[in-house]
Design a protein around this ligand. Structure first.
Ligand code: BGC
Length: 367
């Protein structure tokens, strides 16, 4: 039944997959010596290898699924919407037994996901919610509004906003508009900081405080750097920038470069936030060049997601802990949400070194 509905387009996608595999863009391997799995194949579509977090996510998912005995077909789209679409079409054409998708822009995937549903392939949304589709079974992620709230609360506390006697300057660097996580993060940030903007405790000299004005397409580090340069030259010639509210470690690296170029030093270095607790970010935090980040344990995320895959393949109930929050416009997607944690120089050791998440050496030697 499944095979009869495969379209010519999907067969074309299969041929494309051979080309892609030839380019070393894909990675497929079998669970070989592992027990179980019954020859089932899981397609894992990841957005990009341009940031450490997704490399780790792909590696973790592959390892966890293989340990459950599944064969894994892992593909990265390098932030190219059409490439990811082709990869997913290929996975459907390969008749995988389950699809795991961390999207670049989920609006481009709606038809492909519909096909997946029609041919009976379950779909799990990984970290980024697949929007405006009913062709998604489960969602594994973090409390994404909570990520923003934690960033806002950190700034509130670190800058002592509740008792501030003088206004402090702030600029915002928010995530990609095609990523639901970015929208929620902004909401979380503003649930804490909006009142300080309203009462003048925080002053945003560029005037850019809305999500539309501060979002950065595809979470580009280069655009964050440019935006920061523009803010510094346009609005902070006479006055220092005190706070950079950044939604991503990659942005924090760009901001750091712009501040160094503008002559900021240890004495006037602003508060800079981030997200992902990448190794480089942890190093920058130890060195005083970034102030905070959000630690999201992606090993735990992969664990929960692999458990979902196993459940849908075996026809059992996966572990979920939220059935209300993640409305994608078409349905509320049953979710497992992991907890994000705020990390700074005071607790990094406990969170990522003592726990064995990173080795002290790799943090020290990060480049
Ligand atoms: C993830 C973040 C990540 C960002 C950029 C978001 O969807 O939730 O953890 O920093 O994408 O890659």
């Amino acid at each position: 039944m499944k095979k009869t509905i495969l379209s010519v387009a999907l067969i074309a996608a299969l041929m494309l997959s051979l080309t892609l595999a030839g380019c070393g863009n894909g990675s497929s391997s079998s669970g070989g010596e592992q027990q179980g799995g019954n020859g089932k194949v899981v397609g894992v579509a990841m957005p990009t290898q341009s940031s450490e977090r997704w490399i780790k996510d792909g590696r973790n998912m592959k390892a966890k699924l293989e340990s459950l005995g599944y064969e894994v077909f892992l593909q990265y789209a390098e932030d190219d919407v059409q490439v990811q679409l082709a990869q997913i079409e290929t996975m459907i054409a390969k008749d995988v037994d389950c699809l795991v998708v961390a999207s670049v822009d989920s609006s481009a995937l709606i038809n492909a996901l519909k096909t997946a549903k029609e041919v009976g392939i379950p779909v799990i949304s990984y970290d980024r919610l697949l929007m405006n589709t009913d062709s998604v079974d489960y969602y594994a992620s973090f409390d994404n509004e909570g990520v923003g709230r934690k960033i806002g609360e950190y700034i509130e506390e670190k800058a002592n906003l509740a008792e501030a006697t003088e206004p402090q300057t702030i600029e915002f660097f928010m995530g990609s508009p095609d990523d639901n996580n970015a929208v929620l993060l902004y909401k979380g940030v503003m649930s804490v900081l909006q009142k300080y903007l309203d009462d003048g405790t925080l002053v945003c000299k560029s005037g850019r405080t809305s999500f539309e004005d501060t979002c950065i397409l595809r979470w580009s580090q280069e655009v964050a750097l440019q935006n920061c340069e523009n803010y510094l030259s346009g609005f902070y010639a006479d006055d220092k920038l005190d706070i950079c509210c950044s939604a991503f470690d990659g942005f924090a690296y760009g901001i750091k470069a712009a501040l160094e170029a503008a002559g900021y030093t240890e004495e006037d270095w602003p508060i800079i936030t981030g997200q992902d607790a990448e190794i480089m970010a942890v190093k920058n935090i130890i060195d005083g060049k970034q102030t905070q980040t959000i630690f999201k344990n992606t090993e735990l995320l992969a664990d929960k997601c692999a458990g979902m895959v196993q459940a849908v393949i075996e026809g059992s109930e996966p572990e979920i802990n939220d059935t209300e929050t993640y409305d994608n416009g078409k349905m509320v997607v049953p979710s497992y949400l992991c907890e994000p944690l705020s990390l700074d120089v005071d607790n990094y050791k406990e969170l990522v070194i003592d726990s064995g998440y990173y080795k002290e050496e790799e943090v020290k030697n990060a480049k």
